[in-house]
Design a protein around this ligand. Structure first.
Ligand code: 8Y7
Length: 304
C-alpha cells in the first residue's frame, strides 16, 4: 500500500495511511480489526442471535471495546446455498442497526451488501464503508457506490453463493487469477468514477475456492501488494479451518488466529472476524514482530 490519501484529508500528519470513511478517518498505518455483525436470521455461525436491535447494539459495543475499528453489518447471508433476499427485506434488517450504531456508538460502520438501494441508503444513514462480496457487479451497484462517496471493499469470488462451492476451478495459479480479476475490476470502477483512493481489495477466501485454493491464496497473498491498495481478509470460522483441523464452527478460533498472524505478515490491513478481542491480540503480536517493537496501545479501545 503506497498512498491511500484523499486530497480532502491533508490535515492528518500520517496522511499516507489514512482512509476517509464518511466522518471517520481510518488509520491504516497498522492492521485493523473489523467485527462481524450479522443481522440475518440464517447466518451460518451466529444466525438469529442478533436479530433484535438491542442485542446487535450490545454485541457491537463489546466488539468496539475489544478494539474493533469497524463494525461490518450484513443483512444477506452469503453462506454457500443461502437463499437470496429482496432489497426491501435487506434494508429492513440493516437500516435500523446502522442508524443505531451511528447514533448511539458513533461507530465506523461498514455495510455488507451488493444491493444498490442498500448502498444508497447506507450513505444516508451515516455508514462509513461499503463491503461488497460481488465487487459492485450488480446492476446499479457501482453508480450507487460512486454516489455514496464512501470507500468500497471489492472482493474476488467465483460464481454466486448458491453454486460457488460446487466445483471451483482455476486455470492458472489462483493468486494470479485473483489479482488479475481485481486489477480489471478496479479499472472498471475507476472508469465509472470510483476513485482509487476509495478502493479496498479482498481475495475472497471461501468464495468459489477449494481448501487447497484458500491455503495457497493465503500463502501467496503478498502478490496483492503489487496493487498498492489496502487489503481486507475474511477467514474467521470458515470451512478452510474446519476442513484442515476437523473442527466444527465453534472450535475454529485457534486455527483462525494462526491464519490472522500469517495474513498480517503478508500485508493484510483489515481483518474481518467474529472474535475481536482474541484477534486484536494476535494482530498486535504479529505486528510487534514485524515492527521489532511494542506499541501496547495499538488496536486497544480504538474506535478509529
Ligand atoms: C467475507 C465477506 C463474508 C470476506 C469480505 C463469512 C460478507 C462469510 N466473507 N466480506 N463476507 N470478505 N470483504 O464467513 O471474506 O463471514 S460472509
Amino acid at each position: 500500500m503506497k498512498s491511500i490519501q484523499d486530497a480532502s484529508s491533508t490535515q492528518s500528519p500520517a496522511n499516507a495511511f489514512h482512509l476517509r470513511c464518511g466522518r471517520h478517518l481510518l488509520d491504516l498505518s497498522f492492521p485493523r480489526v473489523m467485527g462481524i455483525l450479522n443481522v440475518t436470521p440464517d447466518s451460518f455461525s451466529d444466525g438469529g442471535q442478533h436479530v433484535a436491535l438491542d442485542d446487535a447494539l450490545r454485541h457491537a459495543e463489546r466488539m468496539l471495546a475489544e478494539g474493533a475499528a469497524i463494525i461490518d453489518v450484513g443483512g444477506e447471508s452469503t453462506r454457500p446455498g443461502a437463499e437470496p433476499v429482496s432489497s426491501q427485506q435487506e434494508l429492513d434488517r440493516v437500516a435500523p442497526v446502522v442508524e443505531a450504531l451511528v447514533r448511539e456508538l458513533d461507530a465506523l460502520v461498514s455495510v455488507d451488501t451488493s444491493c444498490p438501494e442498500v448502498i444508497r441508503e447506507a450513505g444516508e444513514l451515516g455508514a462509513g464503508m461499503i463491503n461488497d462480496v460481488r465487487a459492485l457487479e450488480r446492476e446499479g451497484a457501482l453508480l450507487a457506490a460512486v454516489g455514496s462517496g464512501l470507500p468500497v471493499c471489492l472482493m474476488h469470488r467465483q460464481g454466486e453463493p448458491q453454486n460457488m462451492q460446487q466445483a471451483p476451478a482455476y486455470q492458472r495459479p489462483i493468486e494470479e487469477e485473483v489479482a488479475d480479476y481485481l486489477v480489471r475490476r478496479i479499472a472498471e470502477c475507476e472508469a465509472s468514477g470510483l476513485r482509487r483512493n476509495r478502493i479496498i481489495i479482498d481475495p475472497g477466501f471461501g468464495f468459489g475456492k477449494t481448501v487447497e485454493h484458500n491455503l495457497r491464496l493465503l500463502k501467496y497473498m503478498e502478490t496483492l501488494q503489487a496493487l498498492e491498495l489496502p487489503v481486507l481478509v475474511g477467514m474467521s470460522r470458515k470451512s478452510m479451518i474446519g476442513k484442515v483441523l476437523g473442527r466444527p464452527i465453534e472450535e475454529r478460533l485457534a486455527g483462525g488466529l494462526a491464519l490472522t498472524a500469517m495474513a498480517v505478515e503478508r500485508g493484510a490491513n483489515i481483518l474481518r472476524v467474529h472474535d475481536v478481542g482474541d484477534t486484536v491480540d494476535a494482530v498486535n503480536m504479529a505486528w510487534a514482530v514485524l515492527q521489532e517493537g511494542c506499541e501496547p496501545s495499538l488496536n486497544k479501545e480504538s474506535n478509529v
